[in-house]
Ligand binder design. Structure first.
Ligand code: 5GP
Ligand code: ZN
Length: 114
């Protein structure tokens, strides 16, 4: 999916500040960080949104979540806390249609979100 922004980042066709990668998962700093830590954790596989997940993706999604927790730990924000978010479609404000787990932390946050 060459037209997908995050596929381009994964394939190194577009520059990003990559903080972690392995065979299935890539994590990079959000270009418009909403906190001292704002990392996007994505599967190498192109999946447009949570609406497109199948049972075959269960392992990858589990890895995204565990990787987000590991990055939070490595940044020393686990105890204070952090937020993990998947935005899906219009009402949630999804703008990039390749699933990504936002890891945001390093500051207190409000709930409910806007
Ligand atoms: P969404 O709104 O789809 O949940 O989140 C998309 C995120 O991707 C936004 O937080 C936005 O700042 C980030 N983003 C958009 N374009 C780029 C880019 O070219 N590079 C990086 N690193 N992040 C991007
Ligand atoms: Zn993609």
């Amino acid at each position: 999916m060459a037209a997908c922004l995050f596929c381009q980042i994964i394939n190194r066709e577009l520059n990003a500040s990559i903080v972690y990668e392995d065979e299935r998962v890539v994590a990079f700093n959000d270009i418009n960080a909403q906190g001292p830590t704002h990392v996007l954790v994505v599967p190498r596989k192109h999946i447009a949104s949570l609406n497109d997940l199948t049972a075959d993706d269960d392992e990858s999604v589990g890895e995204l979540v565990r990787r987000a927790a590991a990055i939070a730990k490595s940044r020393g924000i686990s105890a204070a806390g952090y937020r993990t978010v998947f935005n899906t479609n219009r009402d949630a404000g999804q703008t990039v249609f390749h699933i990504h787990l936002h890891l945001i932390g390093g500051r207190p946050m409000n709930w409910p979100p806007g």
